[in-house]
Design a protein around this ligand. Structure first.
Ligand code: NAD
Length: 245
């Protein structure tokens, strides 16, 4: 049993509700919750660590208050602007922060496999990322798809600047090793599917992860909070939490 106390922000949302259940099942105390209209300052005073799955529009206010009260953060929210991403990186110089586009063990294994496959298969293979999510998802492409593109771009030696829209990333035109396709499909109640396609003439490799329950992200985020409790200031991701680095 961990003795940390959590503040869950975005607590009335799909993920917020799953995280409250995950904390209970892992015997971690939820000291307070915040959603739209709730006061952040007193809620944060009751907690040691925040788990935030809300909106990127809330990120600046949350970081300001965490810096004032010196509280650690697990950030699962996606869809941040470049300015908001810079603020998270700045705050992590002072605070312990886990920031991950995906908290599932399966997807973090997919990240690892994607890097390995891209390295082994080399530039002859065309790269495409395809994701599908439920009809209510706000950001597109997903944060996880962006991370996959970032990994592929890194292996191909391309500059990645978060400017990753649905469609093509890199030098678009006739298929070249400097181009990565990104495709976001929306519909129904899909929790989160991601496929990375490596296509060459005569063969292709596809790596796929399908989430069928939000509990996988929720359990991972609580595990990240427990892991973060004794860590110094710094920016960590789920690969750090899982010891995959
Ligand atoms: P949701 O819309 O169901 O829930 C978001 C909640 O945040 C809502 O209750 C909303 O009222 C609340 N909220 C919005 N603005 C707020 C504010 N200013 N202050 C306090 N609360 C506020 O969405 P969701 O499906 O639960 O997803 C939430 C976020 O988590 C999204 O950015 C999503 O992409 C991300 N997500 C990340 C992972 C991961 O593993 N990193 C997994 C799933 C979802």
């Amino acid at each position: 049993m961990s003795d940390i106390k959590l503040l869950i922000t975005g607590s009335k949302g799909r993920m917020g509700q799953a995280i409250i259940r995950a904390a209970e099942s892992q015997n971690v105390a939820v000291a307070s919750t915040v959603d739209v209209g709730d006061a952040l300052v007193p809620a944060l005073e009751k907690a040691d660590i925040v788990i935030d799955f809300s909106s990127h529009l809330f990120t600046n206010e949350l970081l300001d208050e965490c810096l004032k009260q010196k509280k650690s953060l697990v950030i699962g929210t996606t869809g941040h602007t470049n300015e908001e991403l810079a603020r998270i990186r700045e705050a992590a110089k002072t605070l312990p922060v886990v920031f991950a586009s995906n908290y599932s063990i399966g997807v973090n294994t997919l990240f690892w496999l994607t890097r390995k496959a891209a390295e082994l298969l080399g530039p002859a293979f065309d790269l495409e990322v395809v994701e599908m999510h439920h009809r209510l998802k706000k950001d597109s492409p997903s944060g996880t798809a962006r991370t996959l593109v970032e990994i592929l771009a890194d292996v191909r030696g391309l500059e990645y600047d978060n400017d990753c829209k649905h469609g093509r990333f890199g030098d678009v035109g006739a298929r070249t090793p400097k181009e990565i396709g990104v495709h976001a499909i929306r519909g129904g109640d899909v929790v989160g599917d991601h496929t990375v396609i490596f296509a060459n003439v005569g063969e292709r490799v596809e790596l796929t992860h399908k989430a069928s329950s939000r509990d996988t992200f929720a359990n991972g985020s609580v595990r990240a909070a427990v892991w973060l409790a004794d860590k110094p200031a710094g920016l960590y991701d789920m690969q750090d939490v899982l010891g995959l680095k």
